[in-house]
Ligand binder design. Structure first.
Ligand code: ADP
Ligand code: ZN
Ligand code: ZN
Length: 735
C-alpha cells in the first residue's frame, strides 16, 4: 500500500506552522509550489503547498481534505520555496505571511496565473474611420479609437485602458454601438521574450571604471561586491556593462532600486542602453500590471527585471546577476508585517544561486563596509566623478549668527540668485513636509498636539489644516488658541513654507516642490522629476524624495536648510544617517560640466561631525563611526532584534514585554543582552501605547536560537493576545 500523502500548506495567518491537509479527492496530490484551496476553520483559504510528507502530528480522523488545486503546474519552483523558507526562518515570521508577501495580490487571492481579462479592440470598420474628423465632434471617442488603432488586433485590456484614458467607458459605449470597436475576453498570453535590439553605446569607461568592472567580472559564482563610488562616479555605467554581459549569456538580471528611484527616466535609460524592455515591479502598478510583470519574470521571458523592495521575491528561473542600487536606502527594509531587508535577502539569494550581487552606493552602510573589512565582501571603489565632473564644494552657514527669514539665510538666498543668473538650477532640501512643524500660541505658549499620538500637529496652510504625520489625524487650522483664545502662529519651517518664501524672493522663476504631499496624484512624481531633469523648474524644493539617485543636468546649487535634526539623534546610527542624507543630496549638484556648490545651514558649525564630513567625506565619518560602534558594541559588531508591543493600555504593552523578558531569561542563553522594556520613542501613536525590548548579541546563532524558541511560545500565549506584537530582526529604526 502506498503511504498517504500529506500536504504541508502555508496559509496567510499569523501562525508559524504549516498546516496539514489530505490531497483533494480528485486528481494527483498538488505538488509543492502550487496553490490549493483549503478549509480553514469555517472559512476557505488559499494556501501554497510547501512540501509533501507521509506523516502528521494530527490524527488522520481530524485531517481535512484540500478542496481544489488552483495551479496546473507549480506556481513556485524549488528556489522560490527556498527563499520563502529562508525569509521565514531568518525573520522569524509566519511562513504563510511570507508567501503572501512574495505573491502578487491577484495570485494571493487565488486568481489564475493566466487570467481571462476583458479587452477592447478596434474593428475593421473602426480602422477606416478618419479620427481627425471624429475629433472635432467627439474628441474622447477619437482619442480612444487612436489608442486602439495603435494597439492593433489584440486590443488592450480594460485595466490598462483605464490607466491610459480614465474616462474611456462613455466613449466606448458609442463606438461599440456603431461597431467601430469590439469587446471580448482573452486569456492573458505568455509573454514572448522581449525583442532585443543592439542598444545604444555608452560612454567609454574611464580608468577607475575599467578597473572596477574587471574586478567584478572576475567573480566565479557567488560573490558580494560593494561598489563604493562617489555620486556621479558612473556606477550605473558599471551595472550596465555587467548586465549586458549577463544578458548576452541569456541569463536574467534583477535590479532593485529604492522606492522613489524607479522612475521612467531610469527605465528608459536601462532599456535604451541594453536594448530590452524591462519587466517593472513597484507598488504603484495596478494588480494586473504587476501580475503580468511577475509572470514574465517567472517564465523567463523577461530578461531584465527592475523593481523595488518586494521584487526580491520574483521567481527568476535563469538569474545570473543581482544589482542593488543605493544599497544604503531605507526603503529596502520593510517596516511592518514581514520586516525583511531586500538587500540582505538579495545576498542570501545570490549565494543560493551561486551568482554575483553588486551593491552600489556613494554612502555604503557600515554593515556592508564592515563585511568588506572582514574580507567577506569585496569593496570596489570609484573615487572620482566620471566624465570630468568635479565634486561639489561644501560650505557651512552658521545659522546662530546669520539672519534668516522663513529658514533661508541671506547667504543661501544670495547664492541661489547667483546660480540662477549663471543659468544653473537650485535644489533646496528640507526633510520636513507641510508648512510648519508646530502651531504655537504667541501669548500662552500652547502647542497644538495630536490627540492620539505623542506628537505635534503639522500646519498645512494651503488646506487650512493641522495634520498629524504619524497617524494621519486632521483638524481645522484655528486662528486662535484653544487654551486662551489669543492668536496662534506657525513655528518653524516645512517645505511648503520654503516654497512660499522662495516664490516671494524669486517671483520670475519657476519653483517646483517635490514631497509626498505634492506627488500624491498618480504620475505626479514622474512628471515633477521629468520637469526637474529637463530644466523646466529653476528651483526645486523638497524632501529626501529629491535626493535619491536623480540626475538633474543643470543643477549646480544644493541648499540644506536645516541639517541639525540628525546632529543630536539618540539612535546609534544618527551620524551615519546624517552623513548619508547630506552626501546624497549634495551629490545632486554639479554632475555635469559646471561646478556644484553645497550650502549647509547649521546652528552648530563647531560640531566635530562637520569637520569630519567636510575634510574627510563620508569615508571619514564611516571610519570614525565604525570605530565607535566597535567600542560600544553596536552593530555591525553585534546583532540586534527588537520586540515591539502596542496596546490600548500602557500597562499591557509593558507587561507583555516584561513576561517576554522573563521567558527569554529562562532559556538561559549566554552571550545575550536584553535591554528594556522601555517606552518606544513615540510612546503613544494612533491611540496605542508602544513599548519595546531589545535583544543584542555578538553571536548571531545564539540570538536566532532564542527567537526561534520565543516565536512559537508567544503565538501560543493567550496573554499575548491583548497586545499587538512583532519581532524585527536587524531593525534599522530603534529609538
Ligand atoms: P552614478 O550611478 O555613480 O551616480 P552615473 O552612472 O549615473 O553615476 O553617471 C553620472 C553621469 O556621468 C551620467 O551622466 C553618465 O552618463 C556620465 N558618465 C558615466 N561614466 C562616464 C564616462 N566614463 N565618461 C563620460 N561620462 C560618463
Ligand atoms: Zn494660548
Ligand atoms: Zn497622531
Amino acid at each position: 500500500m502506498t503511504s498517504t500523502c500529506i500536504l504541508k500548506v502555508a496559509i496567510n495567518v499569523p501562525l508559524s506552522r504549516e498546516f496539514d491537509y489530505l490531497p483533494a479527492d480528485r486528481g494527483a496530490p498538488a505538488p509543492p509550489g502550487s496553490r490549493v484551496l483549503v478549509p480553514f476553520g469555517r472559512r476557505r483559504q488559499v494556501g501554497v503547498v510547501m512540501a509533501h510528507s507521509d506523516s502528521s502530528e494530527l490524527p488522520a480522523s481530524k485531517m481535512r481534505h484540500s478542496l481544489a488545486t488552483l495551479d496546473d503546474k507549480p506556481l513556485l519552483g524549488d528556489d522560490d520555496l527556498w527563499l520563502i523558507r529562508f525569509a521565514s526562518n531568518y525573520y522569524h515570521h509566519p511562513i504563510g505571511e511570507v508567501v503572501a508577501a512574495a505573491l502578487p495580490t491577484l495570485l494571493r487571492q487565488g486568481k489564475a496565473l493566466y487570467p481571462r481579462v476583458a479587452c477592447v479592440a478596434i474593428t475593421d470598420a473602426g480602422e477606416s474611420v478618419d479620427s481627425g474628423m471624429l475629433a472635432k465632434r467627439a474628441p474622447r471617442q477619437a482619442e480612444l479609437l487612436d489608442l486602439l488603432r495603435d494597439a492593433g488586433g489584440n486590443g488592450i485590456d480594460v485595466e490598462s485602458l483605464t490607466e491610459q484614458l480614465p474616462n474611456w467607458r462613455r466613449a466606448a459605449k458609442t463606438l461599440l454601438e456603431k461597431g467601430l470597436i469590439s469587446r471580448f475576453e482573452a486569456v492573458a498570453d505568455e509573454a514572448q521574450p522581449a525583442a532585443t535590439c543592439p542598444g545604444e553605446p555608452g560612454p567609454e569607461l574611464d580608468e577607475y571604471q575599467r578597473q572596477a568592472l574587471s574586478s567584478i567580472r572576475k567573480a566565479k559564482g557567488f560573490e558580494v561586491f560593494v561598489l563604493d563610488g562617489v555620486t556621479g562616479s558612473g556606477k550605473t555605467e558599471i551595472y550596465l556593462q555587467l548586465m549586458r554581459e549577463v544578458l548576452d549569456h541569456d541569463k536574467q538580471v534583477l535590479v532593485l532600486v529604492p522606492e522613489i528611484g524607479l522612475t521612467p527616466q531610469l527605465v528608459s535609460r536601462l532599456s535604451s542602453r541594453l536594448g530590452v524592455a524591462p519587466a517593472v515591479l513597484h507598488s504603484r502598478l495596478t494588480d494586473t500590471a504587476r501580475l503580468s510583470s511577475w509572470r514574465s519574470a517567472r517564465s523567463g521571458a523577461a530578461k531584465l527585471v527592475v523593481g523595488t523592495r518586494s521584487a526580491i521575491f520574483t521567481p527568476l528561473p535563469d538569474v545570473g546577476l543581482i544589482v542593488i542600487d543605493e544599497e544604503h536606502d531605507h526603503s529596502f527594509k520593510q517596516q511592518e508585517g514581514l520586516r525583511y531587508s531586500a538587500r540582505d535577502l538579495a545576498i542570501a539569494r545570490a549565494k543560493h544561486h551561486d551568482i554575483a550581487v553588486v551593491l552600489g552606493s556613494a554612502t555604503p552602510t557600515l554593515e556592508m563596509l564592515q563585511h568588506c573589512a572582514a574580507g567577506n565582501f569585496q569593496r570596489v571603489v570609484l573615487p572620482e566623478r566620471a566624465g570630468g565632473a568635479k565634486p561639489p564644494t561644501l560650505r557651512l552657514v552658521d545659522l546662530s549668527r546669520a539672519a534668516a527669514s522663513d529658514g533661508l539665510s541671506d547667504v543661501l538666498l544670495k547664492s541661489i540668485r547667483q546660480h540662477l543668473l549663471a543659468g544653473g538650477q537650485a535644489l533646496i532640501f528640507l526633510n520636513r513636509r507641510g508648512f510648519a512643524p508646530t502651531l504655537i500660541c504667541a501669548s500662552c505658549g500652547h502647542v497644538s498636539e495630536c490627540e492620539r499620538c505623542d506628537s505635534r500637529m503639522t500646519v498645512h496652510a494651503k488646506d487650512k489644516q493641522l495634520r498629524c504625520h504619524h497617524c494621519g489625524a486632521t483638524r481645522i487650522l484655528d486662528t486662535s488658541c484653544s487654551a486662551c483664545g489669543s492668536e496662534v502662529r506657525p513655528l518653524g519651517e516645512g517645505t511648503q513654507r520654503l516654497e512660499q518664501a522662495l516664490c516671494e524672493h524669486f517671483p520670475d522663476h519657476r519653483i517646483e516642490r517635490i514631497d509626498s504631499d505634492s506627488t500624491q496624484k498618480k504620475g505626479a512624481i514622474d512628471a515633477a522629476l521629468a520637469l526637474a531633469e529637463q530644466g523646466g523648474a529653476d528651483i526645486l524644493v523638497g524632501t529626501q524624495m529629491l535626493s535619491k539617485g536623480h540626475h538633474f543636468p543643470q543643477l549646480t546649487l544644493v541648499g540644506i536648510v536645516n541639517a541639525d535634526q540628525g546632529l543630536f539623534g539618540t539612535d546609534f546610527r544618527s551620524a551615519e544617517r546624517l552623513a548619508q542624507s547630506i552626501v546624497q543630496v549634495a551629490g545632486r549638484a554639479g554632475r555635469e560640466s559646471r561646478q556644484g556648490e553645497v550650502i549647509i545651514q547649521t546652528a552648530f558649525p563647531d560640531n566635530p561631525f562637520w569637520q569630519r564630513l567636510i575634510n574627510g567625506g563620508y569615508g571619514q565619518v564611516a571610519n570614525d563611526a565604525l570605530a565607535e560602534r566597535e567600542a560600544t558594541r553596536w552593530p555591525p559588531f553585534t546583532r540586534l532584534a527588537l520586540i515591539r508591543s502596542a496596546a490600548h493600555q500602557k500597562h499591557d504593552a509593558h507587561a507583555f514585554l516584561e513576561n517576554t523578558r522573563r521567558r527569554i531569561e529562562s532559556y538561559q542563553v549566554g552571550q545575550l543582552r536584553v535591554l528594556g522594556p522601555v517606552d518606544a520613542p513615540m510612546a503613544r501613536r494612533a491611540g496605542r501605547y508602544r513599548a519595546q525590548l531589545l535583544l543584542q548579541s555578538a553571536d548571531r546563532k545564539a540570538l536566532h536560537a532564542v527567537l526561534g524558541r520565543l516565536r512559537p511560545a508567544l503565538e501560543n500565549d493567550t496573554a499575548a493576545r491583548k497586545v499587538r506584537w512583532s519581532i524585527d530582526v536587524d531593525p534599522i529604526e530603534l529609538f
